[in-house]
Design a protein around this ligand. Sequence first.
Ligand code: GLN
Length: 251
Amino acid sequence: MKKILGLLLATVMCVGVSSCGKQEEVTDKTYVIYSDNSFAPFEFLDTETNQYIGVDMDILAAIAEDQGFKYEVKNEGFDASMGAVQSGQADAMIAGMTITDERKQTFDFSDGYFEDGQILVVAKDSDIMSEKDLAGKNVATKIGTMGTEYAESIKGKVGFETVNYEDSPTMYTAIENGTNDACFEDRSVVEWAIKNENLNLKTVGDVVNPKQYGFAVKKGANTELIEMFNAGLANIKANGKYDEILAKYGY
Ligand code: GLN
């Protein structure tokens, strides 16, 4: 009897130890998380501290603290982030990324944490009043984004050209200086820039394709990270931290 008990105890201890080991493996890992480099108010460089700040940066920090995981962020741009997640160079990305069925074929997403859609953006003195007025014009597009996808989807019908840009600020500048006539950009982002950076731009019409933003991993990878993100998101929504973060950036 004693022998059997001893054996039983040893087995239980062994299971205990190995599951402990596994736990440590998960929490000891430093996740590499990619993000956009200029997408205020979600991620942007605070020139005073030389640190990236924003809704995404703060939500990620609050969730990591709540769930006890370590991470480092690389603010490399939107398209670069998607590439890094797909190649396995990044464990995940948070970049104001819209959850879509098409992206779900190659990414797994967390629960949504913010809703936004795209809106037409033109120079303040432009006489473009609707999509139809884009006929014969040049439309700036940011590689890999929903704004680009939308522009490409109506380009043939309306009859305009598209010109690619790497990031949002260069796209805005190209419209301000007349190189391009318009772009489609996430409304909360371009409105933040118009207000806080005093851009010579305006939005026209209504938002198209309003959808949720999500934290993303490569399909089938880092499942535990998505689970932690969702659990942490629920906690920071419940304890008021999420609302506090949004309020900090004017929502
Ligand atoms: N929400 C848009 C998308 O997912 C734009 C994201 C971005 O430019 N960072 O395509």
